[in-house]
Design a protein around this ligand. Sequence first.
Ligand SMILES: [Fe+2]
Length: 391
Amino acid sequence: MDDCREPEQRALGPGPGRAPVGLGSVPGSVPGQGALPGDAAPVGSVQGPVALPERLAPSELAAPTPASGALPLQLPESATPAGPTPGPAALSAAPPAPPPPAAGFPDSIGQELQRRLAGGAPSRLAEAVALAAGHLHLLVGALRPSAAEFRQALGFLTELGHHSDARRQEWVLLADVLGVSALVEGLNAPRPRGATPNTGAGPFYRADAPDLALGADLSRDGRGERLRVSGRVTDLAGRGLAGARVEVWHANAAGLYENQQPDRQPEFNLRGRLRADGRGQFDFLTVKPGGYALPSDGPVGRLMAALGCPLERPAHLHFRVTAPGHETLTTHIFDRADPAIGRDAVFGVKPELLADFCARRTRSGAREHLLDLNLVLCPLARPGTDTMGGK
Ligand SMILES: [Fe+2]
C-alpha cells in the first residue's frame, strides 16, 4: 500500500491538533534490560538501591543548608591528626578571620575545604568545585553511607571509566539517563521560535565519519528496509544555507550502532557527512532505523535496571549541522509512530522533532520509507554560544 505518495516538505513542528509528547516513565521492566542471568556482579557494581536512613524525611534530603535538617558530619576522633598538629580549622597558614559557614558546606570538613578554596584566585573552576563539593557533602550527610556503600560507589565510578574508550562512552551514558545532558542542552542552547531544537549527541557519535556525495547510500551492508531522506538546511527566514555540512548517524534496523558491533557491522555503517547544495538541499539513502535500548551490559545499564527505569529509545536519526555564521545544530529526528516515543530514556524527544517516516511499496513490492525534513538553524547570537562549530 502506498500511503505516502507525495511527501510534502514539512517543517518539523507540532502540527495542528498534535498533542505534546509526554515524557513519563514506564512501569515494569524493559525487555532485555533486566539483570544479566548468571552474571555475577563485579566488585563495585550496582546491585540495588541504597536504603535511606529511616530517620530522614524526604524533605530533609532536599534541604540546602544544615539548618534545614541535614546531618552534620564531624571528623571522627581517630581521624584527627595526632600530636601537635593543629585541627582542621588551623590547617591554612595564618588564616584571616574564618568566614561564616556557607550554604552547601554543612560539616566542619566542608567548611575547611571552603576556606582552602577561598584562598586561591576566584575562578569558574573554584566556583564549580565549591558548589559540587558542597552538594556532595550535603548528600553524604543526608545519606550517611556505610564504608561498604562508599566503596561500592567508588567502584561504580571506577567501572564507568573501564567501560569508556574511543568507541564507547559510559560517562556520557550516565549523564544522559540522569537527564543531565538534556538539562545542559536546554540551558545552553535555547533556540528561537522556528529553529530546530538542539539535543545531545549521545554516546555513539563519531567525529571521523567519512565525507559522502549527495545521494549516497549510508548503508554499507544493505540490511533493512530502504529509507530515502531528503531535506534542506535553512535560516530562520527560510532561506537555504548553501554548502551547510550535514553529519548523519543512526542505528541499524535492529537498533544497534556500528561502534556497538565492530565485528558485525562494517566500519562507518550508517554514518556520513554530506555537503548541502547551493540551495541548502541534501538527500541520501539509508535503511530505516529501529528503536533500541541503551546498553545494559555496563554499570549504567545495571544501575537503571536496579532502579526499574526504562532504557528504551524510540527510533531516530541523529544530525549535526554546521553553516558559517550560524549556531551548530545537533539534534534527533524521531519516528512519530514508534511505540516508545513517550518514554525516551535520555529525555530527548520534543514535539518539534517528531517526523513521519512514510511507508510505501516499490514496483518490485519491496517496502520503503520516505522522510522529508527541514533543519532550521539560528544565527550566532552571542560569543561562546557555538561550542561545536568547526569540529
Ligand atoms: Fe541514537
